[in-house]
Design a protein around this ligand. Structure first.
Ligand SMILES: Nc1ncnc2c1ncn2[C@@H]1O[C@H](COP(=O)(O)OP(=O)(O)OP(=O)(O)O)[C@@H](O)[C@H]1O
Ligand SMILES: [Mg+2]
Length: 473
C-alpha cells in the first residue's frame, strides 16, 4: 500500500498553504518526506528551482525546511535552553549566553512566552510548540510545516500562533504549510488548499471557499450530519459532593455535580481552569483534598483508577501516545491490556479476531498486528475508543474528537449516543464550544478553578458560554 502516490505541489514564498484530507489520507507522511524525516520512494523536491535531497530533519532544516510534528518530539527532562540548542551545528561551541539572547529575541518578535530555565515537562503544549517553532526559525527555516498545531493549545496561544504565521509569511516572506482538520482555521488563514485523499492529490482550491467544496474533495461526497437523538436520562451515576482539590497551580473549591444514566455532560473552559483535575478525580487518577465521589450510589472516593475501571468506568485521556497508547505495541496487545478480566493465559487468537471486529466497527485504518505508532493521528484516536469496554456505567472523555476529520468526529458521536442505551453516563471536556453545545445535555463552565452553575444546553447560547469562559458571571 502507498501512503503517498504521485503527489505534486508548488509552494510560493510569502503564503500560507493548507493541506487537508481525511484521517489516514497521507498528510503527515507527505510532510515528513518534505522535512527529511523519511525519504520518498520516488519523485523529487525542488527548492528555489534546484533539486534537493534531505538526509535527516537537521539536514532539511539546514537547507531551509522545518517541521512541527503532530506528536511533540522534544525531550521532557531537558531544560528549554538545552532543547533549543539540540540539533544545531556541533562545530560551533555551545554558547549559552548568546543562545539565550537569540532565543529571547526571537520569542519576543513573535510574542511567545518562553522561560529558558524551565524544564520541558513543566511547559504547556502551546509553550512547547512555541519553543520548537523558535528553534526551527533560529535554524534558518524558510519553509515551515505545522502538522495540526492547534490541537491541545489554548485559545490565546492559538491567536498568538496565527499571528506569528501571518508575520512569517507577510513580513518575512516565508512559506507556511498548515495541516488541519479545522476548516474554519484553514479558511481564515490560508490562501490555497491542497486536498489529499487515500494518498493521492485529490484537488486544489483557492481560499476562502465554501466548506462543502473542501469536504466534498476530502470524502468524495458531503457527509450527512446526524442530529442528536432525544433521550430520557435515568438515575444519577456519578456524583461529586463538596469535592475540593488543592494543587500547586490551582485550588478548586466545592464542586457539586451529578451526571445521570444516559446523560451527556460537557465541561467547558480555557485549558488549565480546573476541568481536567475534576475529571481526574472522577477517574481516580487524582485524590480530592475534600468531599466524596459516588458511583451508582456507592462511595468510591478511595478507589484506584483500576478498581473503578473494573467496576465499569471508561476513560479516554487527552495525550494519545503519552497516556493512552504504547507506541511499540500492536492493536491486539492493546486490547489484551485493556480487558478488565485479566486472565493468566491470554487467548491471542481470540483477541486477534476480536480486535479485527473492533477495527471494522471503529473504522480504524490498520490491522490487528499494526503497532500503535504506525497509525495516523486520527486512527490512534479511533483505537482509543475501540479499546473501551461495553457496557460502561461511566465514560470520561478528554477532547474526544481531537485530531479526527469531520466525518469520523460525527461517527464517533453516533457511537457515543448508542452507549446511552446501556445507561452509560458520559462526561467530557472539550476546547471546542460548538462540540459542547451540539452534544451536551448539560454544561458546566470552569474559570480559574471555579465551576459555574450547571447550565441546561437547551436554554444556553454560545454567547453566554463565552462570557462564562472569560470569567464573567
Ligand atoms: N511508519 C508507518 N508504517 C506503516 N504505515 C504507516 C506509517 N506511517 C503512516 N502509515 C500509514 O500511512 C497512512 C497515512 O498516514 P498519515 O499519518 O500520513 O495520515 P494523515 O493524513 O496524517 O492522517 P491524520 O489526519 O489521521 O493524522 C495511514 O494509513 C497510516 O497507517
Ligand atoms: Mg497526521
Amino acid at each position: 500500500m502507498k501512503a503517498n502516490d504521485g503527489i505534486s505541489m508548488v509552494l510560493e514564498p510569502g503564503k500560507i498553504y493548507a493541506l487537508v484530507g481525511e484521517n489516514g489520507a497521507g498528510k503527515s507522511t507527505l510532510m515528513k518526506i518534505l522535512s527529511g524525516y523519511q525519504p520518498p520512494t520516488g519523485g523529487e523536491i525542488l527548492l528555489d528551482g534546484r533539486p534537493v535531497e534531505f538526509h535527516s530533519p537537521a539536514d532539511a532544516l539546514a537547507k531551509g525546511v522545518g517541521m512541527l510534528y503532530q506528536d511533540p518530539l522534544d525531550m521532557p527532562p531537558f531544560r528549554v535552553i538545552d532543547n533549543y540548542l539540540l540539533g544545531r551545528d556541533s562545530r560551533v561551541r555551545l554558547n549559552y549566553k548568546d543562545a539565550r539572547t537569540e532565543l529571547e529575541n526571537l520569542a519576543q518578535r513573535y510574542n511567545f512566552h518562553i522561560d529558558p530555565n524551565a524544564t520541558i515537562d513543566s511547559l504547556s503544549m502551546g509553550e512547547r510548540q512555541q519553543l520548537e517553532l523558535v528553534r526551527l526559525l533560529a535554524g534558518g527555516a524558510q519553509v515551515l510545516i505545522l502538522d495540526e498545531p492547534t490541537t491541545g493549545i489554548s485559545a490565546e496561544q492559538k491567536e498568538i500562533l496565527f499571528e506569528s504565521m501571518r508575520k512569517m509569511t507577510r513580513e518575512e516572506g516565508k512559506t507556511v504549510i498548515l495541516v488541519s482538520h479545522k476548516l474554519e482555521e484553514v479558511q481564515e488563514l490560508c490562501l490555497y488548499a491542497y486536498v489529499l485523499r487515500r494518498g493521492r492529490l485529490e484537488g486544489e482550491q483557492e481560499l476562502p471557499c465554501l466548506n462543502e467544496a473542501l469536504v466534498e474533495m476530502m470524502f468524495g461526497q458531503v457527509p450527512q450530519r446526524t442530529r442528536r437523538p432525544a433521550f430520557a436520562v435515568g438515575e444519577p451515576v456519578l456524583e461529586l459532593q463538596d469535592v475540593s482539590i488543592e494543587s500547586y497551580q490551582l485550588n478548586i473549591p466545592n464542586i457539586n455535580l451529578s451526571v445521570r444514566a444516559g446523560e451527556i455532560f460537557g465541561f467547558a473552559g480555557l485549558e488549565g481552569s480546573g476541568q481536567r483535575q475534576v475529571m481526574q478525580v472522577c477517574s481516580g487518577l487524582l485524590s480530592p483534598t475534600g468531599g466524596r465521589v459516588r458511583l451508582n450510589g456507592e462511595d468510591v472516593t478511595g478507589w484506584s483508577f483500576h478498581r473503578r475501571q473494573r467496576d465499569g468506568m471508561g476513560y479516554v485521556p487527552a495525550g494519545r501516545l503519552e497516556e493512552g497508547l504504547v507506541a511499540g505495541l500492536t492493536l491486539t496487545e492493546h486490547l489484551v491490556l485493556a480487558r478488565p478480566d485479566k486472565k493468566f493465559f491470554v487467548d491471542w487468537k481470540a483477541n486477534q479476531v476480536e480486535m479485527g471486529e473492533r477495527i471494522s466497527t471503529y473504522q480504524i485504518v490498520g490491522r490487528p498486528e499494526t503497532t500503535a505508532d504506525a497509525l495516523s493521528g486520527g486512527n490512534q484516536q479511533r483505537l482509543l475508543f475501540s479499546l473501551l469496554n461495553t457496557p460502561l456505567k461511566l465514560l470520561l472523555l478528554e477532547h474526544p474528537t481531537r485530531g479526527l476529520d469531520v466525518r469520523s468526529a460525527d461517527y464517533t458521536w453516533q457511537l457515543l449516543y448508542k452507549r446511552r442505551e446501556h445507561g452509560t453516563a458520559i462526561l467530557f471536556i472539550s476546547a471546542d464550544l460548538d462540540e459542547i453545545i451540539e452534544h451536551s445535555d448539560r454544561i458546566a463552565v470552569f474559570s480559574g478553578g471555579v465551576m459555574s452553575r450547571v447550565l441546561d444546553t437547551q436554554s444556553t447560547t454560545a454567547e453566554e458560554l463565552g462570557h462564562l469562559i472569560g470569567g464573567q458571571a
